[in-house]
Design a protein around this ligand. Structure first.
Ligand code: ATP
Ligand code: MG
Length: 291
């Protein structure tokens, strides 16, 4: 499902003294199957933007096209409802999405709500719980007795169980330990490959964005400040700095290594494995005297 925003403007509490313009005439397209990361400093409009893609908020002006659905200021809720099933959204604090008595019934809620018979919904829920790497024993536990990382997985299972064509993740790794972050992102990557879905990741983590996505969209003050493949975006370090952003850590290290050894290269390593391979390649390509 392609997504297209045209002159998308969103003003919170429009007409009140607390009015706040979160998005200003945003134009962007995301193609079906793309993995896009949306980055930008706090308050730049990332969450507001992605909440339009599943109809959680409506444009103040302009429009959003998601597959065959068009969302405008006056679009009715009943038009938006079926779109929600296709566009799964994991919120910035997904543990707030949990509410039911057991993990299993919580995850099964979406399918049941959309008319899937209870037995079948529970079967799908158990499969989704397994997909996110939670042991089956959590099925009968209260979601509120889980650890923070487990709660997040349970909330993600509640979204994946709907087989969304578009998966939106708003800061999914915030507050999770590094190993948990890696597992979560690898799980999403594997899910995406199986289902050929579109993934839209909102993150402050440049390393994650660089490693996983086909394209980066940088938001600044409610507008798209830059969009392109990770190497294209990271080639303009000055622009990034002017937007209050930094290069991913692996890239900063690689630049320091290149500078130290007086070497130049045009390929960019994202992630520690790629960085180690680049350094290894550089060392093998030189005589020890050079290094
Ligand atoms: N519910 C709301 N009511 C009023 N103003 C809001 C609301 N949500 C967001 N805003 C304002 O809209 C602007 C964009 O907020 P948004 O949450 O989209 O930013 P963000 O890029 O997701 O930030 P963060 O990185 O902190 O999550 C901010 O100025 C924010 O204060
Ligand atoms: Mg946000």
């Amino acid at each position: 499902m392609d997504i297209k925003a045209e002159k998308l403007t969103h003003i919170y509490m429009s007409g009140s003294p607390f009015e706040s313009k979160a998005l200003h005439e945003v134009d962007l397209s995301i193609a079906s199957g793309e993995y896009v990361s949306i980055i930008g400093h706090t308050g730049s409009g990332k969450s507001t933007l992605v909440q339009h893609f599943n109809g959680l908020v409506k444009p103040t002006s302009g429009s959003v096209q998601v597959g065959n659905w068009t969302l405008k200021h006056d679009t009715k809720q009943k038009v938006i409802h079926p779109m929600r099933r296709k566009v799964g959204m994991v919120f910035q604090f997904p543990e707030h999405q949990l509410f039911d008595e057991t993990v299993e019934s919580d995850v099964a809620f979406g399918p049941i709500n959309h008319g899937v018979p209870k037995d079948e919904a529970l079967k799908r829920a158990r499969r989704a719980i397994e997909q996110v790497g939670l042991p089956q024993e959590v099925c009968s536990r209260s979601p509120f007795d889980l650890s923070g990382g487990q709660m997040r997985r349970a909330a993600i299972a509640g979204v994946l169980v709907m087989n969304p064509e578009v998966l939106i993740l708003d800061e999914p790794t915030a507050g999770i330990d590094p190993q948990g972050q890696k597992e979560l992102m690898d799980m999403i990557e594997a899910w995406r490959q199986d289902y050929e879905a579109t993934v839209i990741l909102v993150t402050h983590d440049m390393e994650l964005a660089a490693k996983h996505s086909d394209r980066l969209i940088i938001m600044s003050e409610g507008q798209v400040a830059k969009s392109g493949s990770p190497p294209t975006v990271f080639a303009d370090e000055q622009k990034l700095q002017s937007l209050g952003l930094q290069l991913p850590e692996s890239l900063r290290l690689w630049k320091a290594v290149q500078e130290h050894f007086g070497k130049e290269g045009d390929s960019l390593p994202f992630g520690e494995t790629a960085l180690v391979e680049h350094i290894d390649g550089m060392l093998k390509g030189s005589t020890l005297g050079d290094v």
